[in-house]
Write a protein that binds this ligand. Structure first.
Ligand SMILES: [Mg+2]
Length: 356
């Protein structure tokens, strides 16, 4: 079996409302859809969802890289040789994890279709459903509470609150949630690199009484020592997100004792293959993982769901972009509303059609 063509297509996804985090505000998602076609008529689907201020890529850079460089590596090759093909992409260019992720997802979709097996079982088949949290972007305390109530009414019981811009306002929002919501609701905080280590410790001391499940990326991505400094001084688990792109980053976080948890995203790791390698490093070090997302359509989100369901030490998910997007061009795949979320049992990703 051989790959005969690789197609790319840029498409825009409209957000329900602008999404604000400590690093910036997203007004819309500009993503790239990839199709890999084989000589027996199968089509594997993948997606790149660049967030330029996190992944340093744009739709233009992704399309250029795939069309001018990756396409010629792939055509004529057997799509089942995933390790070989992904290694070849790494030999062409370092980084560019979103472009590589789109190819990786499409290859694994093909592998599932070839073996007529759902992707989560191709990847290991640990469970067939999972639970996701839902994220609330930075906002006024009353607005945060209102959004929390809407999300809980949709069936979610884990909230991820974005922080890292305005300490006083954010503390008052968290207090408001804890005072008004059922105590069984789990609350995670994500500072998106917004604090320095000492500031982070001072804020962490103030939120300890609010039963916070974890704190994500408190300090700038390069500051591994800062993560280790904070982690050594609090009982709240510290999760690395922007500090963790590659398996090499995961190894360094372990060596520096800088994280209690890993946040794996396909757009940072460069796809499923390397995401599994990161999870394996976590497993060896006794670190559990959560799989998160960028502003991905249900193409990349469905791939991420298969990853969650395939890996025992991936114990949580932050796969909530479907709630933030007004447009949903995907037919089939995983439906992320509420929870628990079941995996599709059709081959590969289980996506039937994309309406773009
Ligand atoms: Mg994060």
């Amino acid at each position: 079996m051989k790959i005969t063509d690789v197609k790319t297509c840029k498409y825009n996804l409209e957000l329900v409302e602008p999404f604000s985090i400590a690093l910036g505000t997203l007004e819309k998602a500009e993503n790239v859809l990839v199709k890999i076609v084989t000589d027996n008529g199968l089509v594997g689907i993948g997606e790149a969802a660049p967030t330029p201020f996190v992944t340093y890529e744009t739709p233009g850079s992704i399309i250029t890289l795939i069309e001018k460089h990756f396409k010629k590596l792939l055509i004529g090759e057997d799509p089942r040789n995933t390790e070989l093909l992904i290694t070849k992409m790494d030999q062409v260019i370092k980084g560019n994890s979103c472009a590589k992720s789109a190819i990786d997802i499409a290859l694994f979709d093909l592998v599932g279709q070839i073996y007529e097996t759902p992707l989560f079982q191709v990847l290991g088949g640990s469970k067939n459903s999972f639970t996701s949290d839902c994220t609330i972007s930075i906002g006024e305390p009353e607005e945060v509470e209102k959004k929390a109530r809407t999300i809980i009414n949709q069936g979610y019981s884990i909230l991820k609150i974005k922080v890292g811009l305005d300490e006083e306002k954010e503390l008052s929002g968290i207090k408001r949630l804890r005072d008004s919501l059922d105590p069984g609701i789990r609350i995670r905080l994500d500072a998106n690199q917004g604090w320095n280590p000492k500031q982070a410790l001072s804020i962490i001391e103030k939120v300890e009484k609010f039963d916070i499940e974890l704190i994500e990326q408190p300090v700038p991505k390069e500051d591994f020592s800062g993560l280790a400094f904070i982690r050594a001084r609090t009982n709240i688990p510290i999760m690395a997100d922007e500090s963790l792109f590659s398996p090499q980053d995961a190894l360094r976080l372990v060596q520096m004792e800088a994280a209690d948890l890993f946040n794996i995203k396909l757009m940072k790791s460069g796809g499923l293959l390397k995401a599994k390698k990161i999870a394996a490093i976590g497993e060896a070090a006794g670190i559990n993982c959560i799989v998160g997302c960028m502003m991905e359509s249900r193409v990349a989100l469905t791939a991420a769901a298969h990853l969650v369901a395939s890996t025992p030490n991936i114990t949580g998910a932050d796969l909530d972009a479907q709630n933030a997007l007004r447009t949903d061009p995907v037919v089939g795949g995983v439906d992320f509303k509420g929870g628990p979320i079941p995996l599709p049992l059709s081959p590969g990703l289980g996506i039937k059609k994309i309406n773009i």
